[in-house]
Design a protein. Structure first.
Length: 314
């Protein structure tokens, strides 16, 4: 198995069914294990203003591929589906017990499965008591409809509080965190919702937390920052990364990539998966070429010296 999760966010909307099926088949045939989606994907790309298209497509793929469900681990999310078209982010389903119950039932039906291997709380919900959320997740874990519980886009203190509450209640607690992460890091104090260090990114504190608590698996989304490592004119590096550390890291990344005869994107994935703790990157794969890049990167094994060479530059 490769340490790579396939992000299916745009399958069924921007990426058509034929292409999606072909990429899913190739990913699984190559040893891919994790498929990551959400009940709200991709509401912003669909005329209805609601999500579900990715889950529905995956359900059709499972139905047409007998036995493939047993070969993969399936992850989906709850919490960000708009209550009505155009209502996100101010008005979304959240993490109340009724919302979780309803969303899980709908996701299982769309996907055509009887359980979810990893069920994510899509984002922190400050309007719902964490005891209510933990109890709802725990109920479904006990029933076997979800295997593991994960927290996405949660600040670390809220994630640890959720874990403590679950332990006090005697229910299954979270064992995975999903945050944004890449080799380049935004400037401190950036407050945009995309690059906010406060709850959106894996930080040194999160890395220390996961290393100390090895049962907490780290997943990183947007690890290739939308193709910006490949010097594409249409995919510039976001201004949040505009600081001297970015310049120094890109120089080292470029030099080592040339030495190893790989792309910078492939090297970034190798660095992510080869570090301590190891991180599972979630890559939104839209073309066969991008799948090759992702697989090459996660299979590339850096030497301790090469890993340190990338780590020590700031």
């Amino acid at each position: 198995m490769v340490n790579l999760a396939l992000g299916a966010m745009e399958y069924g909307t921007r990426i058509d069914e034929e292409t999606s099926f072909r990429l899913l088949d190739a990913y699984v045939d190559a040893g891919g294990e994790w498929i990551d989606t959400a009940n709200c994907y991709a509401f912003w790309q669909h005329p209805s203003g609601h999500g579900g298209q990715s889950e529905e497509l995956l359900g059709r793929w499972f139905a047409q591929r007998p036995g493939v469900r047993d070969r993969v681990k399936l992850a989906t999310k709850v919490g960000c589906e708009p209550l009505w078209p155009g209502s996100y982010p101010e008005h979304a389903e959240g993490l109340g017990a009724k919302a979780i119950d309803s969303a899980l039932e709908t996701s299982l039906r769309r996907l055509g499965v009887d359980h979810i291997d990893l069920y994510w709380a899509h984002r922190d919900d400050r309007s719902t008591p964490q005891e209510e959320t933990a109890t709802a997740f725990g109920k479904h874990a006990a029933a076997g409809t979800i295997g593991r519980i994960g927290l996405s886009n949660f600040p670390l203190w809220r994630a640890e509080r959720m874990r403590g509450i679950a332990a006090e209640l005697g229910v299954t607690g979270p064992t995975a965190l999903q945050l944004r992460y890449s080799y380049l890091q935004p400037r401190p104090m950036v407050r945009g919702h995309v690059h906010d260090h406060r709850f959106g990114w894996i930080t040194d504190e999160v890395l220390d937390y996961a290393e100390t608590n090895p049962e907490q698996q780290l997943f990183a989304y947007s690890p290739l920052i939308a193709g910006a490592y490949e010097n594409r004119a249409d995919r510039p590096i976001h201004q949040a990364f505009d600081h001297p550390g970015t310049t120094r890291r890109l120089e080292v990344l470029t030099t080592l990539a040339e030495t190893l005869n790989v792309t910078r994107s492939e090297l970034v994935l190798a660095w992510l998966t080869g570090g301590t703790p190891a991180i599972t990157p979630i890559v939104g794969i839209s073309t066969p070429e991008y799948l090759t890049t992702a697989l090459t990167g996660t299979r590339l094994k850096l030497t301790p010296t090469q890993q340190q060479q990338l780590d020590e530059v700031w």
